[in-house]
Design a protein around this ligand. Structure first.
Ligand code: CP3
Length: 347
């Protein structure tokens, strides 16, 4: 039998909701901090044994239904010749300033420049198969940033905050913006295809900052390159998850993107998300990561309330509404996962 998460994403009948957490590997885990004490974040991403080890940590501790390969959405910028660093926070060495910088971008085949991510996926597939044989099999998730969010990190933000520089650039030179989104979209399509061929069972596209856009601008800029990537994956038979943070106003447009599953944050009621995307599409989400700070009883109560709010009990994947926060109490993460694994509350 296929892993639960894969059956859920295919909209097949499921005995309980599958669960995983965005950013489930990370600093809130002591085991992660121990590896981080000896290596930089980039070393951890680019050394498959280290990436595999930190990917497996939350699997062993919490036993969720999927593993997401340890990497970062900014790594593919290396395939475009841009150098990225993460100390202290994510930063691009020479951000793009104008049309000629965009026209000068050339990308190298991600299968060679990002081969370490593909190797981690192959290792993960082997390790998960050995540690969690059927019927308790786990899904392997690949991922990438969506073109709009990638553009936010690639473009010089000048005096602007909250990536508004990306919107300003789009208004001032929409042709150059289209070209940037197209180049990044092609790279991302190649990269996700290589992840699928290396063993990813499904892939998530993170469009973290697209929620800044009005529906009109989302349709004009962010959606077209997203549609192209998702169509490519659909042709290969790879299920896809599209995540946008702050997306209540974009659900109808997101439903047209062609993803198998739409991932929403805590601001959107799950019932409203299911209605907006329609019965044929899967919904993922949406526990508020700040609600993992509090008493264990509160976590159990709120997790149960989240499950109760799900109208259609097929085609649903439990998750947080955004990445897990630093210092999240581990016992509460356990309570969150265990509550979901107990299955649907009575109604
Ligand atoms: O989910 C997982 O466990 C897989 C790993 C993963 C990371 N980043 C590891 C990481 C994934 C899926 C991402 C995606 C990512 N990266 C996104 C989209 C998702 C989101 O959160 O909206 C974005 C916008 C980035 C860019 C990025 N990388 C930021 C903004 C940061 C700093 C924020 C922070 O938490 O420090 C990073 C660094 C980063 N990526 C860390 C991890 C574990 C922290 C690095 C460290 O250990 O110091």
């Amino acid at each position: 039998m296929d892993p639960l998460l894969l059956r859920a994403i295919r909209n097949e009948p499921i005995e309980r909701p599958p669960v995983w957490m965005m950013r489930q590997a990370g600093r809130y885990l002591l085991e992660y901090q121990e590896v981080k004490a000896k290596h930089t974040f980039l070393e951890m991403c680019t050394t498959p044994e280290l990436a595999l080890e930190v990917t497996m940590q939350p699997m062993r501790i919490f036993d969720p239904d999927a593993a997401i390969v340890f990497a970062d959405i900014l790594l593919p910028l290396q395939a475009l010749g841009m150098s990225v660093d993460f100390t202290p926070g994510p930063a691009v060495a020479a951000p793009l300033k104008n049309r000629s910088d965009i026209e000068a971008l050339r990308y190298k085949d991600p299968a060679s420049t990002l081969g370490y991510v593909l190797e981690t996926i192959r290792g993960l597939k082997r390790e998960l198969g050995a540690s969690f044989p059927a019927p308790n099999g786990k899904a392997v998730l690949g991922f990438a940033g969506a073109p709009w969010t990638m553009a936010c990190y690639m473009l010089d933000q000048g005096p602007f905050k909250h990536f508004q520089g990306t919107q300003v650039f789009a208004y001032q030179d929409s042709g150059a913006m289209d070209q940037l989104l197209k180049t990044v979209g092609e790279l991302t399509g190649d990269y996700l295809e290589a992840q699928f061929q290396s063993g990813a069972d499904a892939v998530q596209l993170f469009d973290t900052w697209a929620g800044n856009l009005s529906e009109e601008d989302y349709r004009r800029f962010a959606l077209p390159p997203t549609i192209d990537i998702l169509a490519r994956m659909r042709k290969l038979g790879c299920p896809t998850i599209l995540y946008v943070n702050g997306s209540s106003h974009l659900l109808r447009a997101m439903a047209e993107a062609g993803a198998t599953c739409i991932s929403v944050d805590w601001r959107t009621p799950l019932k409203a998300a299911q209605t907006a995307v329609g019965a044929g599409r899967v919904v993922q989400g949406n526990f508020d990561p700040t609600h993992l700070f509090g008493s264990r009883e509160e976590v159990v109560k709120r997790t149960t309330a989240m499950l109760s709010s799900v109208e259609r009990r097929s085609g649903y994947i439990a998750n947080l509404g955004h990445g897990i926060l630093q210092r999240t109490p581990r016992e509460n993460v356990k309570a969150f996962i265990e509550t979901i694994k107990k299955g649907w509350p009575n109604r």
